[in-house]
Design a protein around this ligand. Structure first.
Ligand SMILES: [Fe+2]
Ligand SMILES: [Fe+2]
Length: 367
């Protein structure tokens, strides 16, 4: 067997680079693994990005300022997107999160795209709505509204108060696959399906090669918060997950699958004083604080959060949650990329005993 010769190795690598090749041994996983992983002999990814909080006290003034600086007529969406400080782009390696404000009388014009998206309403006055494929969906506080891939959607504020909602999209996934398609409807508003369906269909190019096959149920695009609260309350009477507290996954009522092919939405309740056990998983998560105050410890970083704050837990990072109140619940809404990872057989959780204890596990399985 030949002995390793570092100068010959370096000379070889240089010659390979000149020929547009490289040695696969240059990026072996164990070279970047943590000490703990090396001890266990199992090498995985480093967390993608860093844990971070976007406090409402910082975000709200920027929303108000953007409403003055950027007319809604100037852009399809006046949304502020949250960049992970540890990533070149995106809130996680697979998810974008941001917050959008729409003033009274404004509309965000109709378009569609191959990126799947959802809205979680933060503040809705009367007459805030989203139209999805011709169906108007009135929006109330903390409702979840889906705008799945390639569905026409426009947003309207016909009331007298600003409307604010969380935007979550699978943009980084679509970008990494180079699969981003986008199309403006033309007119600002799409017609309502029950008023002029002929117009709606006539505006869709009949031979449009970009039409995509929908892979999920078309029955439900909105999940009212009152139903979610009722489910959380009912679940809080039962044993909770040691890693997530009382947790509920939104699912399609027909298929019982996650709400989008790539993304899963969760509502989570931490009871007064509750402290969860640490775990990690290959999925990343973005969080919005519906109410309450707490801390989430991610690896060595402590994130402190309160109402309307947003924060991110990168994939494969150890984390645990704490409700710091002794008498008030803390409620979190979160979005993760488990459905896509599960489909690819990549979902992995450590310690994995929690898989048996989560309430909705059709998308949660061992990697
Ligand atoms: Fe959109
Ligand atoms: Fe977790």
């Amino acid at each position: 067997m030949a002995a390793f010769d570092s100068s010959e190795s370096e000379s070889l690598l240089q010659a390979l680079r000149a020929a547009n090749m490289r040695g696969q041994w240059e990026n072996e996983a164990h070279r970047t693994a943590s000490d703990r992983d090396v001890e266990k002999g199992v090498f995985g990814p480093k967390p993608g990005g860093v844990p971070h909080v976007w406090p409402w006290a910082t975000v709200k003034p920027f929303l108000e300022r953007s409403c003055k600086a950027i007319p809604e007529t100037f852009t399809s969406r006046r949304s502020l997107m949250f960049n992970n400080p540890g990533l070149p782009r995106g809130t996680t390696t697979s998810i974008n999160m941001g917050i959008q404000m729409i003033l009274p009388g404004e509309l965000a014009w109709a378009h569609r795209h191959s990126i799947s998206a959802l809205r979680f309403v933060i503040s809705a006055g009367p007459s805030l709505s989203t139209v999805v494929s011709g169906v108007p969906l009135p929006m109330s506080n903390y409702d979840l509204v889906l705008t799945p891939a390639w569905e026409w959607h426009d947003h309207h504020n016909a009331g007298d108060q600003p409307g604010v909602w969380l935007d979550v999209l699978d943009g980084p996934i679509m970008n990494s696959l180079n699969q981003v398609f986008f199309e403006n409807f033309g007119p600002d508003r799409q017609p309502l399906a029950n008023s002029d369906t002929d117009l709606l269909s006539s505006l869709r190019p009949p031979e449009n090669l970009l039409e995509t096959k929908r892979v999920f149920s078309e029955t439900t695009k909105i999940y009212p918060w009152r139903e979610t609260e009722e489910r959380l309350k009912a679940l809080s009477e039962k044993p909770a997950s040691p890693y997530d507290g009382v947790v509920y996954e939104y699912v399609d009522p027909v298929s019982q699958r996650s709400v989008l092919p790539s993304l899963s939405c969760w509502a989570q309740l931490l009871r007064p004083g509750e402290k969860t056990q640490a775990h990690r998983h290959t999925s990343s998560s973005v969080y919005f604080v519906v109410r309450g105050n707490g801390r989430t410890i991610v690896d060595d970083v402590e994130l402190t959060w309160g109402p309307n704050d947003c924060f991110v837990v990168p994939n494969w990072a150890w984390h645990e949650h704490r409700n710091v109140s002794s008498d008030q619940d803390a409620v979190l809404f979160s979005v993760n990329d488990i459905p896509l990872l599960a489909f690819l057989g990549l979902y992995r959780e450590e310690p994995d005993i929690s898989i048996r204890e989560l309430p909705s596990h059709q998308t949660r399985r061992k990697g």
